[in-house]
Design a binder for this molecule. Structure first.
Ligand code: TYM
Length: 337
């Protein structure tokens, strides 16, 4: 049977955090054993908001290294950099010309991010979901593993592919583009901020104590968890709408300890915060230890990392250029003479 293809990506906008890992990358690691997997560092998405030049290039390499440190095996998966594959921008332009503005005006993440940018909102930020659609559709994937917050963007990509490309340009009901499915984890799809269990953990939160990054040293992890918002109740529990922090931290505990939700609840239902927090901190520290030491080794061998990316880029280029040519032909852009 033909392997299903999987494509996903993370923006290199800062150290990856527990949400990126538990909501997306952890899922990628499992998928790579049975699927044809492509993981992109989406640097062109990062520049939709202002970035420091040096930090962006460092973050791009370190995000690729972090994929591998989290368990992405370069022998099984292609790891590549978005800006190295020009087909992303080319298809984005074509899709721009086919996507109605009012579809874009509904994008919740744009509205949230635009608010933070004040007067400095770029066209790129508005267009971000179309670039994401291009990222995805170029690889004709079956599955796109992402966190809950990307659901709307995935829906847009599906609508563009179906309504604007396949149904308009596909001859004899031919599907020019595959309609991919979002793959969202049952647990971990929305890891919440440590400061406020009603907001998601985010790289752009100005308060660094709101997130645990995958590179935080043990003492900092302990400090952040000790400072995390709590409530006046004793005992951890899931799904109590008045206790989002308890739900979030118990969820993290359950995922990292590989214990079911029921078992985690049984274990922690009578624990006070003073007992639970050090237990959680130790678990997070132990879970991140192997990732951090592998990350360090990878970053100490930039040449090796560069070779991994080069070979990922080659594979990405092969597949994406075929799709791009197919779409160009279908819409009437003539081939080079
Ligand atoms: P980004 O860089 O914001 O996040 C990368 C992945 O992490 C997930 N995620 C979370 N999951 C659970 N809890 C959280 N608190 C949390 N925060 C982030 C995101 O859902 C995502 O899966 N637009 C994308 C990047 C992108 C992309 C793509 C993804 C560009 N092109 C093509 C898939 C396919 C983004 O900004 O992710």
């Amino acid at each position: 049977m033909k392997q299903k293809r999987v494509l996903s990506g993370v923006q290199p906008t800062g150290a990856l955090h527990l949400g990126n890992w538990l909501g997306a990358i952890k899922n990628w690691v499992d998928l790579q054993h049975q699927h044809d997997t492509f993981f992109c560092v989406v640097d062109l998405h990062a520049i939709t908001v202002p970035q420091d030049v040096k930090t962006l290039s460092e973050n791009t390499l370190s995000t690729a290294a972090m994929y591998i440190a989290c368990g992405i095996d370069p022998k099984k998966s292609s790891i590549f950099i978005q800006s190295h594959i020009s087909a992303h921008c080319e298809l984005c332009w074509i899709l721009n010309c086919l996507t109605p503005i009012n579809w874009m005006e509904r994008m919740i993440q744009f509205k949230e991010k635009a608010l933070k940018q004040g007067d400095n909102v770029s066209i790129g930020l508005f267009d971000y979901p179309v670039l994401m659609a291009a990222d995805i559709l170029l690889y004709q994937p079956d599955l796109v593993p992402v966190g809950e917050d990307q659901k709307q963007h995935l829906e847009l990509a599906r609508n563009i592919a179906q309504q604007r490309i396949n149904s308009r340009f596909g001859k004899d009901k031919e599907n020019l583009l595959k309609i991919p499915d979002a793959l969202i984890m049952k647990q971990g799809a929305k890891v919440m901020s440590l400061n406020d269990g009603r907001n998601k953990m985010s790289k752009s939160d100005p308060n660094a104590n709101s997130r645990i990054t995958l590179l935080d040293p043990p003492d900092l992890i302990l400090k952040k968890i000790k400072k995390a918002k709590t409530d006046q109740f004793i005992g951890l529990e899931f799904n109590n709408p008045d206790r989002p922090e308890a739900d979030n931290l118990l969820n993290i505990y359950s995922i990292l300890s590989n214990k079911s939700k029921e078992a985690s609840y049984e274990e922690c239902k009578e624990m006070g915060w003073g007992m639970f927090k050090p237990l959680l901190a130790e678990l997070v520290i132990d879970s991140l230890k192997p990732i951090q030491s592998q990350y360090k080794e990878l970053m100490d061998d930039k040449e090796g990392l560069g070779n991994i990316i080069k070979s990922g880029n080659e594979k990405a280029n092969e597949i994406s250029s075929l799709t791009l040519q197919k779409i160009k032909d279908a819409i009437g852009l003539i081939n080079k003479l």
